[in-house]
Design a protein around this ligand. Structure first.
Ligand SMILES: [Fe+2]
Ligand SMILES: [Fe+2]
Length: 316
């Protein structure tokens, strides 16, 4: 029987109580031998979301990198893309250790089954949108992965994230340096503002349902995440909004006392062709949009899987 079909109960031999005792003793989970079925399911889910997000950012950023103003700027963008592929590799490699068939997961999965945030399904069509993605999306990635780095109870991932965190810092610094530079020119600044107008709210969505709608129970207990969705959203706004204010880009959020308040309808209808926001909608409607995926989903996944398919077709 291949590892892909081995029942989860056989792969993860410990009971939930044994995992709780192990964690209560201050020990990390180092592999399948320390896991219960619930732990294994949870860590697989969060690793898949993370690896898929890293992987899809590569074709998304490559599309926009074509608009680099000069060859050395293209080089910086490509080095970010290379980092993202390495980050994806870390996640998929760990999933392989946890009994998942990596080849099937990456190369044979249906595009709609990938678990990255909807934001990446909307195309980045300019250098302005690429650097705004570095400033907003990579900051979101940084907030989420720093949380995992600090709270994760899965040792191999926790250790690998030390390197990933440093590289994400480079990506968001690349974004901020460029946003600042472009904002010095009125015509360029208008394009940066237009990018922020559609990308800011998409990144707010990235953190998922509000806490009142979602129970985190086991995710928090097993250390898959430390902060709740709303806390992560707050942390992201605390990092991003003051920077946008500093460079004179308007974003719909402001500080009130000790927290950040979203200053527009939220959640909100999104016209993915026009990249424009509409009226307030329900989270059920947002989830329906996420599930249907957006305009670039098929294209990006096809690009990532094409070489594998061609090789399969050539195999004797
Ligand atoms: Fe990354
Ligand atoms: Fe990144």
């Amino acid at each position: 029987m291949s590892s892909a079909t081995t029942p989860i109960e056989e792969l993860a031999p410990r009971s939930e109580d044994e995992v709780r005792e192990h964690l209560a003793a201050g020990k990390l989970v180092e592999g399948l031998q320390h896991m219960s079925p619930e732990y294994l399911k949870g860590i697989r889910r969060i690793l898949t979301v993370s690896a898929d997000t890293e992987l899809v950012s590569a074709p998304a950023y490559l599309r926009a990198a074509r608009h680099a103003p000069a060859l050395n700027n293209f080089g910086s963008a490509v080095s970010i893309i290379q980092d993202e592929l390495a980050h994806a590799h870390i996640g998929y490699r760990l999933l392989g250790d946890l009994g998942v068939d990596m080849g099937a997961l990456i190369y044979e999965r249906d595009a709609k089954a990938f678990k990255y945030p909807y934001a990446f399904d909307v195309p980045l069509d300019s250098w302005h949108e690429l650097v705004m993605a570095n400033a907003l999306y990579d900051q979101a990635g940084f907030v989420l992965l720093s949380d995992v780095h600090h709270t994760s109870t899965f040792g191999p991932w926790k250790r690998a994230l030390a390197k990933v965190d440093k590289e994400e810092t480079f990506h968001l610094r690349h974004g901020r340096t460029w946003v600042k530079k472009l904002c010095a020119e009125p015509a360029e600044k208008a394009r940066v503002q237009a990018a922020a107008d559609w990308m800011f709210v998409l990144t707010l969505e990235w953190f998922g349902l509000p806490d009142e709608r979602k129970r985190h129970g086991i995710q928090l207990e097993y250390g898959f995440k430390g902060m709740t969705n709303d806390e992560l959203r707050q942390t992201w706004m605390a990092a991003v909004v003051p920077f946008m204010e500093e460079v004179g880009i308007d974003v719909p959020a402001q500080r009130e006392d000790d927290h950040w308040v979203i200053d527009c309808p939220f959640p909100r209808a999104f016209d993915e062709e026009a990249k424009a926001w509409g009226d307030e909608i329900t989270w059920e409607e947002v989830m329906a949009r996420w599930k249907a995926r957006g305009p670039m989903n098929d294209d990006y996944v096809e690009k990532l899987q094409r070489g594998y398919r061609q090789r399969q077709a050539m195999a004797p």
